[in-house]
Every structure is written in C-alpha cells, then in structure tokens.
Design a binder for this molecule. Structure first.
Ligand SMILES: NC(=O)c1ccc[n+]([C@@H]2O[C@H](COP(=O)([O-])OP(=O)(O)OC[C@H]3O[C@@H](n4cnc5c(N)ncnc54)[C@H](O)[C@@H]3O)[C@@H](O)[C@H]2O)c1
Ligand SMILES: O=C(O)[C@H]1O[C@H](OP(=O)(O)OP(=O)(O)OC[C@H]2O[C@@H](n3ccc(=O)[nH]c3=O)[C@H](O)[C@@H]2O)[C@H](O)[C@@H](O)[C@@H]1O
Length: 390
C-alpha cells in the first residue's frame, strides 16, 4: 500500500477495517470491491451466491497485490449458519443483497418481499446484537410517486420543486394500491428502513441507509440469452443495450414518459467510500445518492443511447429506433411506475461534501463502449446460430 497516510474528511488517519459485504457479486458490489481493493487497505469478506462479476478480483493467477484482502464466501443469506460469524469477524457490514429488477416486483411479489425484508432481518439483528456498524442499501423507490403527480395535469404547481424534489427527511412515501404489486419492493424496503432506524433509536445500532437513484454503468444486470435467461427482463440500461446489440427497436413502456435521473456508478461509489471512511459523519443518516443534473424521460434516454451506440459501434441507426409497448404487455398485471425522481442533495452535501461529476452523455459513452466490447460478438453468434436452426 502507498505509504502516504490516508485521512478522513476531518483530517484523521483512516484505520484499515474488515468489511462483510453481502451481495458483493452484484453490479454495485463488484464496483465497490474493485475500488476497495485498488485504492484502500481494507479487507473484504465478499458474500454472494454468484461471483462472476468479481472473478477478476479473485483469480489467484492474476497475482493481485490484494489477494490476501478479499475472500469470497458462496452463501445464500436465507439459510446459512455462517452469516453471524462472518458479521462478527468484520467491523462493518454492507448489505446489498436483494431482488431489485422491476419485472419481478409484480410477477414474483412474495420472493421480492422476502428478499427485501425478511432476508435482511437477521443481518440487522446480528449487527445490532454484536454492536457492528451497518450500511444498508435501500432505494429511491421508497419515495414512490411524487406529490405533483396527483395534481391536475395543467396545474402550475407541477413546475414547483416543492411538489417533486425528493428529500430524505421530509418527503412522504407514496405508493399505489395493493393490487399494484409493483410497490411490493418499495414497501419492503421502506419497512426494513424503518426497522433499522428503530434499532438505531432504541438499541443504539450504528447505521447508514443509502437510497440509490438509478446508478448505471458496466456490469449492470445481464444481456438476455447471453449471460442471463433469454426470457429475463433486466433494468432499462440492459434492456436498451440488448435491443441495440440485436439491432431491434427499443421498447418504450407506456410511451416512455416517466422521468429518471441517472448517475454513473463510479461517481456513486465515491459517495459510498465517503460513508465507509467517515462513520461519524455518516452514522444515523439516510442519504440520497443520485445526479439531479442528469434528468431525462425514458424516451430521451432511448434516443440518447441510440445516438451514442451509433458512435461507439459504427453501425447505422435503425429506420424505426423505438416502438411503444403497454406496461401490461411488457411487465404484466400489477405494474405501476414512479413518475419522476429528482434527489435533493442537501444532506449528502453537508455531511460528506459529495457531488456527482459525470454527464449522461459521457456515462453512456463509456458504458456502451463496454457493452459493445463485451457482448457484440456473442450476440452476433447467438443470432446466427438461432437463424441456422430455425
Ligand atoms: N443499481 C441501482 O441503481 C440501485 C438502485 C436502487 C437500489 N439499489 C439497491 O442496491 C442493492 C444492490 O443493487 P445492484 O444493482 O448491485 O443489484 P444486483 O442484483 O446486481 O446485486 C445484488 C446481489 O445480491 C445477491 N443476492 C441476492 N439475494 C441473495 C441472498 N439471499 N444471498 C446472497 N446473495 C444474494 C445477488 O446474487 C446479486 O449478486 C440492492 O439492495 C438494490 O435494491 C440499487
Ligand atoms: O435504479 C433505481 O434507482 C431503482 O429503480 C429501479 O426502478 P426503475 O427505474 O423503474 O427501473 P428500470 O428497469 O431501470 O426502468 C426505468 C424506466 O424505464 C422503463 N423501461 C424499462 C425497460 C424497457 O425496455 N423499456 C422501458 O421503457 C420502465 O417502465 C421505467 O419507466 C429498480 O426498482 C431498482 O433497481 C432500483 O431500486
């Protein structure tokens, strides 16, 4: 490790710690492990059922300088007696494990609720009982819909940020009716947030809750039929990437009118690093982590991804680059949507001085360059094999 002492935001030296990272093999976990290995002296106990996305960090033949600082434990937290022991061995637990693809919320609501609430319970309990710090990954979906979405379409108040900007300590959580099973995920995440908050208030649990706002980048989800199930529906970045790779129109659900703010995974990881290394500033807080400057409708996202992909692949644009599909057709019964998601940044700015840097165009350019490099050949091969057998 570099001999220059690393210091926290208050100028104090940072002591190396051991982190129990649950869900370390996923999209966010893989980027966090990479950062911790390449830039810090911390140790990681990486827990997951899969490790494909962190294989490059684990392979001994690469003889990484960090090989004694990362240890993979293949386990399912639903049923594994090793969990408490691993939490006890660490100074900090980070829980990322969850079902978090919207296509599952209304079609597998029980698995969604169990994964996001019931399975997270023992993690909270073991942290609380053993006096271990917890960073828990929640979601911006806990805000649900904006207050403004209930105003008449022509109301001038819809333009007033008071009706749509989402604040950790003020905004309500507005979900649809129970038949709209889309909200099973948000509701389970909300309840685990309330439980963690209560453990802090009643039993002194040291916790930080993260609410990511559409973090995107390389290694997010999967490309159906290549490194995931052919019928699987990942999140929008991977859906649109898959369409672009296969040269088929991007599907805009209900006209692509919903709005999102997208933040580059590498910017967001900087925020998590600040939380890890500044416990006194991060404990007992809930943080929005997003990029309010990168707002687009899903239609605009599709158009921008199409332009960027032309640039990175050198392939011409399709004559019909997008098509509209109904949400019922795409996701099935019980789907509903968040209309707009702008994170208020006051708390994370004040506590951690964090700001996102990367524009939407730039983050799409680096991400789609990765998608093209990683998948274009495999997709071509899969298409030619399918046409040979049909
Ligand atoms: N990516 C985002 O923008 C975003 C936004 C909001 C919230 N989040 C939250 O952040 C967390 C991580 O998200 P991600 O995008 O990295 O998702 P991901 O699906 O890529 O990663 C989750 C990982 O958890 C693992 N996991 C799930 N259940 C498990 C179990 N029972 N035992 C062991 N491992 C298990 C999965 O195998 C997967 O590798 C989730 O809690 C998600 O709800 C992410
Ligand atoms: O990433 C987040 O911050 C959170 O929000 C996501 O929810 P959402 O943004 O609705 O999920 P996406 O699949 O990324 O969809 C974004 C929008 O694109 C639309 N979409 C998706 C896929 C597609 O092919 N076409 C399309 O129009 C969806 O209907 C939705 O309006 C997921 O719930 C979580 O991963 C996470 O908690």
């Amino acid at each position: 490790m570099a001999s220059v002492a690393r210091v926290d935001l208050d100028g104090n030296p940072i002591k190396p710690i051991t982190i129990c990272m649950i869900g370390a093999g996923g999209f966010i976990g893989s980027h966090l492990c990479e950062k911790l290995m390449s830039e810090t002296p911390h140790k990681v106990l990486a827990l997951d059922v899969y490790n494909d996305k962190i294989k490059h960090l684990l392979e001994p033949e690469n003889a990484h300088p960090w090989s004694d600082r990362i240890q993979f434990h293949r386990l399912n937290i639903k049923q594994d007696s090793r969990l408490e022991g691993l939490i006890k061995m660490a100074d900090l637990t980070i829980n990322l494990a969850a079902i978090c693809t919207p296509a599952d919320y209304n079609t597998r609501p029980l698995d969604t609720i169990y994964s996001n609430f019931i399975d997270a319970l023992p993690v909270v309990k073991y942290c609380s009982e053993n006096n271990k710090r917890l960073i828990h990954f929640s979601t911006c979906e806990v805000y649900g819909k904006t207050i403004g979405s209930y105003l008449p379409k022509d109301s001038p108040l819809r333009q007033d940020p008071a009706y749509y900007v989402l604040k950790e300590d003020e905004s309500p959580c507005i979900f649809g009716s129970i038949e709209k099973q889309r909200w099973s995920y948000a509701c389970a995440k909300q309840l685990i947030e309330r439980l963690i908050y209560a453990e802090g208030a009643e039993n002194g649990l040291e916790f930080t809750i993260v609410r990511p706002f559409n973090w995107i980048g390389p290694r997010m989800d999967f490309i159906p039929g290549i490194d995931g199930p052919s019928e699987g529906v990942p999140r929008v970045l991977a859906c649109f990437s898959n369409n672009l790779l296969r040269r088929e129109p991007l599907k805009l659900v209900d006209g692509g009118q919903s709005q999102r703010t997208f933040v580059y995974i590498k910017d967001a990881i900087e925020a998590v690093m600040l939380m890890i290394e500044n416990p006194a500033r991060a404990n007992s807080h809930i943080f929005n982590v997003g990029n309010p400057n990168n707002e687009v409708t899903v239609r605009q996202l599709g158009e921008m991804m199409t332009e960027v992909y032309v640039k990175v692949s050198g392939e011409p644009k399709l004559e019909t680059p997008t098509i509209d599909v109904s949400s019922q057709e795409f996701y099935g019964v019980g789907y509903d949507d968040s209309d707009k998601r702008i994170p208020d940044m006051t708390i994370i700015n004040k506590q951690l001085g964090w700001n996102p840097k990367t524009s939407l165009w730039d983050l799409l350019e680096s991400t789609l360059t990765y998608q093209h490099r990683t998948y274009a050949e495999a997709v071509k091969k899969a298409i030619s094999q399918a046409s040979a057998t049909s």
